[in-house]
Structures are given as structure tokens and as C-alpha cells.
Design a protein around this ligand. Structure first.
Ligand code: NAD
Length: 247
């Protein structure tokens, strides 16, 4: 059977852990040439070992434009094109409104918004009709969540980027969409649940489906939006949250 992403060049920022790592495995299993980024070389090496082939790691911080240039220079030399971008790298930090510091604000916006903007902008010269950009939002960008205002604002911004870029790229055949996870059982989330008694029960109560998402469930949505199966979907936000935002 033909693989869905045979010979496609796929870029995943923040591919060393959690959702990005699982998605990298899924794209590689579907025949893609996958490039993952991460800030620490050691984590990149561990991720590449875990994935076991079909993936190249490029160390870099998405909020550093020179690192992004280096990433795309390498891809340009290797393949001369980018077919899919999954702008996944992101951080979540909390602070109630009275305790938000300038550092907190700058850090979260730099990685979640600036990082997304330039990850996509710098890839565009390598993209052509049929290309697909998948951004990462969050249920928190759609619903109030105590102490998460800055993170939530960055994720609401992601939805605006997808809608605006859909108009900016009119006629170019490049689609831009968003996958917005709800609460996902990543290793980092598991650590949080272990350290915060009662958090898992609260989440299971709050999510209509009664459980957190598996990273594979987010990856499936990303591959759908990256593939031709979603050929007439643009500027859309796909919530993968077990109904959390709906209630
Ligand atoms: P994670 O912390 O497990 O992994 C994040 C990845 O991003 C890691 O590979 C990390 O190295 C990388 N990263 C962080 N900052 C970076 C930077 N400056 N430059 C390059 N890479 C960087 O995170 P996750 O839970 O898998 O989340 C992935 C995305 O999904 C994020 O955008 C997050 O906001 C979003 N999200 C996650 C959840 C959840 O419950 N896990 C829910 C909603 C949205």
C-alpha cells in the first residue's frame, strides 16, 4: 500500500518530546523525510534513537531566527523543498493576572507566537502548491483557564495567524490550519499529575470523554490536516479535546 507521505519533506518543531515526538514517528512511518528540532542536542539524540530512522534532528530554538535559517538552509541543501510544517514547539507557564512578570510574558510569546510566525515565514520560499502548514493551538485558547492568561493569549493568537495567513496565501495552494489539543497524557503531563494530587480526577471530570488524550490521537489529527484528505480545509481550528471546550 502507498504510504500517505511518501517522499514528502516534513518539518516538526519541538519534536523531541510529547506530541511532537509521536507525530514525528507517525510521519516517518508514512514515508516522510522528517526534520525535528529541539533546543538540546542530548534530547534530540535520544529522540532520534527512540524513533529509529527516517528522521533528522536539527538543534535550535524556534525563537532564534538564526537557528531557523540554519534549519531551512540544511533542508534546502538536502531536498530543496518543504511540503509540511507542523509548528508544534510551545511552552506553558502559569501566573495569576496580578503576578504576571515581563519575563513570563516575553518568554511565552517568544516561543509560542514569534517562534510559530518565523518557523512558517522562513519556510515559505521552499513551499509550493499542495503544501500544508499545521499550527498548534490549545483548548486553553478557546476557554478560560485559571492563571493561564498569557499562554491562552498565545494560543488564541495562533488561531488568528491561521485565518490571516489563509488570506495572505490566497492563490498559492498552501493550506494553513490549527490542531488544538485539550489535555494530553504526555510524559511532562504525567509528571505534573504525579506531583499534583487530585489533578487527574479534576481533568477526568472536566472532559466529557472522561480521560486525557493520548499523543497518538493528536498525531492523527495533524496527519489528517497535513494530507490531501483535508484538501478543502483552510484556516480551520480542529479541537482534539474529548469535548472539553464544548461544555
Ligand atoms: P512537551 O513539553 O512535551 O514538548 C514540547 C517540545 O517543544 C519539546 O520537544 C521541547 O524541546 C520543544 N520546545 C520548547 N521550547 C522550544 C523552543 N524554544 N525551541 C524549540 N523547541 C522547543 O510539550 P507537549 O505537551 O507535547 O506540547 C506540544 C505543543 O502542544 C505545545 O505547543 C503545547 O502548547 C501544545 N499543547 C499541549 C497540550 C498538552 O496537554 N500536552 C495541550 C494543549 C496544547
Amino acid at each position: 500500500m502507498t504510504k500517505r507521505f511518501n517522499d514528502k519533506v516534513v518539518v516538526i518543531t519541538g519534536g523531541t518530546d510529547g506530541i511532537g515526538l509521536t507525530t514525528a514517528k507517525s510521519f516517518a512511518a508514512e514515508g516522510a523525510h522528517v526534520y525535528i528540532t529541539g533546543r538540546r542536542q542530548q534530547r534530540l539524540d535520544a529522540a532520534l534513537k527512540e524513533i529509529g530512522g527516517g528522521v533528522i534532528g536539527v538543534q535550535g530554538d524556534v525563537s532564534n531566527l538564526a537557528d531557523l535559517d540554519r534549519l531551512y538552509d540544511q533542508i534546502s541543501r538536502d531536498h530543496g523543498r518543504v511540503d509540511v510544517i507542523f509548528a508544534n514547539a510551545g511552552i506553558s507557564e502559569s501566573a495569576p493576572v496580578g503576578s504576571i512578570t515581563e519575563d513570563h510574558f516575553d518568554r511565552v510569546f517568544a516561543i509560542n507566537v514569534k517562534g510559530t510566525v518565523f518557523t512558517v515565514q522562513k519556510a515559505l520560499p521552499l513551499m509550493s502548491a499542495g503544501g500544508s502548514v499545521v499550527l498548534t493551538g490549545s483548548g486553553a485558547g478557546c476557554k478560560g483557564f485559571a492563571s493561564l492568561s498569557i499562554y491562552s493569549a498565545t494560543k488564541a493568537a495562533i488561531r488568528s495567524l491561521a485565518r490571516t495567513w489563509t488570506t495572505d496565501l490566497k492563490g498559492k495552494g498552501i493550506r494553513v490550519n490549527v490542531v488544538s489539543p485539550g489535555m494530553v497524557l504526555t510524559p511532562a503531563m504525567q509528571t505534573y499529575l504525579n506531583e499534583n494530587v487530585g489533578a487527574e480526577e479534576w481533568m477526568e471530570q472536566a472532559i466529557p470523554f472522561g480521560r486525557l488524550a493520548q499523543t497518538e490521537e493528536i498525531a492523527k489529527a495533524v496527519l489528517f490536516l497535513a494530507s490531501g484528505e483535508s484538501s478543502f480545509i483552510g484556516g480551520e481550528e480542529l479541537l482534539v479535546d474529548g469535548g472539553f471546550v464544548a461544555v
